[in-house]
Design a protein around this ligand. Sequence first.
Ligand code: ATP
Ligand SMILES: Cc1cn([C@H]2C[C@H](O)[C@@H](COP(=O)(O)O)O2)c(=O)[nH]c1=O
Length: 212
Amino acid sequence: MSTAARFISFEGIDGAGKSSHIDAVADLLRQAELPLLLTREPGGTPLAEELRGLFLHRPMDALTEALLVFAARRDHLSTRIVPALAQGQTVLCDRFTDATFAYQGAGRGFDLAVLTQLETWVQNGLQPDLTLWFDVPPAVAAARRSAARAPDRLEQEDTEFFDRVRAGYLARAEADPSRFVRIDAQQTLEAVRADVLKVVTERVLARRGAPT
Ligand SMILES: Nc1ncnc2c1ncn2[C@@H]1O[C@H](COP(=O)(O)OP(=O)(O)OP(=O)(O)O)[C@@H](O)[C@H]1O
Ligand SMILES: Cc1cn([C@H]2C[C@H](O)[C@@H](COP(=O)(O)O)O2)c(=O)[nH]c1=O
């Protein structure tokens, strides 16, 4: 049997619903007494949270976006994620590098080879063990967002942008099918939650104690 996933990322276009389910995953894992780090990107450290504020609200080109998210990621990895994994914690991360390939790569059209190079430099081979991709049509996500909050800089992009971002996630999922699990996020909140908790039960809790 494979080992339990310990680095888990949550991905999807803005408004897909992923943030609504991370707390439920954390509750499930805490009940099983797993030590947890709950974090997000861009962000997760004081420096990376400052970069997040700039990223979400200041105008900038695609290369600047990519450099900022990878700078934030480097600090996040070296000061929070890598130490947490080394201490045996399970890491739940709201977005990671797949977002960069989807948003800056597919959405903005930025050079994927450059992103791959940055990914290699910054992550040195480290990837999530499991990525839950909350997949939803952009029109559904836009309706959810507009009912919930004022848009930030990325959320002001049009439906075509989010169509490309969604296609970017699909490409990443197809390139790494054992890491990705697609969640049909168009369902009700309850149905999505049931799917998410089933995957986490199978890929984390049921595999605890399996030989490495
Ligand atoms: N399955 C669902 N059905 C209906 N509404 C939903 C569903 N999932 C989430 N929502 C609602 O949609 C809104 C956006 O959800 P949420 O903030 O979890 O999305 P998100 O993917 O984390 O977005 P972002 O990445 O932009 O933060 C919230 O108001 C939430 O209650
Ligand atoms: C990590 C990462 C994120 N983004 C975008 C995606 C979202 O629009 C925002 C983050 O907001 P959220 O409410 O925390 O989901 O940032 C990006 O474009 N590139 C990235 O690498």
